[in-house]
Design a protein around this ligand. Structure first.
Ligand code: FE2
Ligand code: FE2
Length: 186
């Protein structure tokens, strides 16, 4: 997977790329076992927490301000809220426990349907109505969430970052929100 940072990438390219990674990670968690599966699941938790938080604070508010965007944005926010709750339930349960596979499949269906709605309704609207400059600025803001909770941590990551990465989804979401809010207020 290409993870090279691209300064010309706009918000739609960036989120689309994360959707591809999310789909791939769900497939990997479904087909792996043991420690490998736990690692992939942690990666999925981090990526979903960071991704959905960036959309919540950067994308849906912009869509809501566009003509016809209010209903779309509110429906997506509701789906994200439900997905985060299910993600927390799954995270508490942990891979290997009874019921995990059923809940994981439910989360996968919900998240992928949600991503399709965004790709179908919101992304084309952003491309059509917002300038390329604004879309690139939105990508930079969204990326600040990744800096607090890297989705692909390097080996040897230590201290509070490492603890955070092992922490519950709600802690990652809170840190991502703080990072994005401070970027928005800059
Ligand atoms: Fe989303
Ligand atoms: Fe998304």
């Amino acid at each position: 997977m290409d993870r090279t940072p691209d300064n010309h990438e706009d918000i739609v390219d960036y989120l689309q790329r994360q959707h591809t990674e999310i789909r791939a990670l769900f497939a990997e968690v479904a087909k792996t076992t043991g420690e490998h599966r736990r690692d992939r699941f942690r990666e999925l938790v981090r990526l979903l927490a960071v991704h959905e938080t960036a959309e919540e604070l950067v994308v849906h508010p912009a869509v809501r301000d566009l003509t016809g965007g209010k209903k779309l944005a509110e429906a997506r926010l509701g789906e994200e809220h439900r997905a985060k709750e299910l993600l927390s339930t799954l995270d508490k349960l942990g891979p290997g426990r009874d019921g995990f596979d059923t809940l994981l499949e439910q989360l996968r269906e919900d998240v992928l349907a949600h991503a399709e709605h965004e790709e179908r309704d919101e992304f084309p609207l952003l491309r059509k109505k917002l300038s390329a400059e604004r879309r690139r600025a939105m990508a930079s803001t969204a990326k600040t969430a990744e800096s607090i909770a890297p989705t692909h941590p390097h080996p040897g990551v230590e201290g509070s970052t490492a603890n955070l990465l092992l922490g519950p989804p709600v802690a990652i979401v809170d840190r991502a929100r703080d990072a994005i809010r401070s970027a928005l207020n800059r």
